[in-house]
Design a protein around this ligand. Structure first.
Ligand code: LMR
Length: 394
């Protein structure tokens, strides 16, 4: 049976880590996978997570099964992070999922069951795994314009023109904050416009919010979800704790559904959980228990928020340092846009050929689109990186 399979190319994002590991150049720089790194280039476990893990170790009494909805206390805490104080006002249900990707996959399964003819619309460009996730659930996938390379920012006119053509057979995937890969987010006024178009045209927004707290702040970054929740009759939001809690390998995420009325909400939730049951049965417990412990403990929550703030501040500082250094190299105009980008990624505006030169001649690893993980920049590698970028740009 397996002879029928052809070999696959390496994953466009995860494959970079393996190539980087094999590179023997001592100056090599890994700007590939979206994983936070501190100034020393390591991905530490957050102090709040370590403390919560210790508490969990002492208080855990059983390893018996959970339900497909996961830990109810986690679910309620994530609903609060996403929807704020108004969480209880909505006809909403939030359930745990195995990471953001797992959440997207069950959300895709729910869309497929609700309307097998639905088309899922992705921003152009988007996260490299979005298409495989939605197409893998049997859904038609199309793209709407989002980013203009010429303007080095969101092409809002093109985006809204495309959204105005859609109907209730469409699901639009929107990045709640820290657009991946461009780092170019909608303004609050633009979110209001998108919400208005969704109401008018009847499409369902599916907000992928994997970086809450990395752009402006926890509440500010949830503006997208909250603005849509206030206006549209149906909404799906998928969140991840991989980045803001640094729980990457613990696969901790959630799906939040908002429906027109209680009865439809209950039925949609039954189907979502049924998709989960037939896919992975139930999500892993450990990461969610850590998140729940942190969010229900005032001191731990404060510590976590402080750590998150310093991560965000570091990434913003890295952007400016890199842009400053590139300006000193005489190529400032080509890269000044990175100052305004938000979150973990910078979309440099370099070509695939330049990306290949950076990898082959300088051992600098980034996604082919020219996306870099800005947290991979530090005082040690800043000059080497900027000089290499300047050299391939001249
Ligand atoms: C990324 O975009 O680098 C991260 O979301 C990691 C991944 O799974 O691709």
């Amino acid at each position: 049976m397996f002879e029928a399979l052809s070999p696959l190319a390496a994953d466009p994002i995860l494959g970079l880590s393996a190539a980087y590991r094999e590179d023997t150049n001592p100056d090599k720089i890994d700007l590939g996978v979206g994983v936070y790194k501190d100034e020393s280039g390591t991905t530490p476990i957050m102090a709040a997570v370590k403390k919560a893990e210790q508490l969990r170790l002492e208080s855990e009494t059983t390893k018996t099964y959970q339900s497909p909805a996961g830990d109810p206390e986690f679910d309620e805490a994530i609903a609060g992070l996403l929807l704020g104080d108004a969480a209880a006002d909505y006809r909403s249900a939030t359930v745990q999922a195995p990471g953001g990707t797992g959440g997207l996959r069950v959300a895709a399964g729910l869309v497929q069951r609700s309307n097998p003819a639905a088309t899922v619309w992705l921003s152009q460009p988007t996260w490299a795994n979005h298409r495989p996730v939605f197409a893998g659930a049997g859904l038609a996938v199309q793209e709407y314009p989002y980013y203009s390379a010429d303007a080095a920012g969101v092409d809002f006119d093109a985006m809204t023109t495309a959204l105005r053509q859609l109907s209730s057979d469409d699901v639009v995937v929107l990045h709640g904050c820290c657009h991946n890969p461009t780092g170019a987010d909608l303004t609050e006024a633009q979110w209001q416009v998108v919400a208005g178009i969704a109401v008018e045209r009847g499409f369902v927004p599916l907000v992928d919010i994997a970086y809450q707290g990395f752009a402006r702040g926890l509440d500010e970054d949830a503006f997208s979800v909250r603005c849509l929740a206030r206006q549209v009759p149906e909404l799906i939001a998928v969140s991840s704790c991989s980045k803001n809690f640094g729980l990457y390998r613990e696969r901790t995420g959630a799906v939040c559904l908002i429906s027109r009325d209680r009865q439809r909400e209950d039925v949609a939730l039954q189907h979502l959980l049924n998709v989960a049951r037939s896919t992975y049965s139930m999500p892993p417990a450990h990461g969610a228990a850590i998140v729940s412990t942190i969010l229900h403990d005032q001191a731990l929550r404060q510590l976590w928020e402080e750590e998150l703030t310093s991560m965000r501040d570091r990434m913003n500082a890295c952007r400016n340092l890199l842009a400053d250094r590139l300006a000193q190299q005489g190529v400032g105009a080509a890269f000044d846009h990175i100052r305004a980008q938000r979150g973990m990624f910078s979309y440099l505006g370099v070509s695939v050929e330049q990306v290949a030169r950076l990898r082959e001649e300088y051992s600098i690893y980034m996604v082919n689109s020219g996306r870099i993980n800005i947290a991979g920049v530090n005082q040690q590698n800043l000059e080497y990186l900027a000089d290499a970028l300047a050299a391939v740009s001249r």
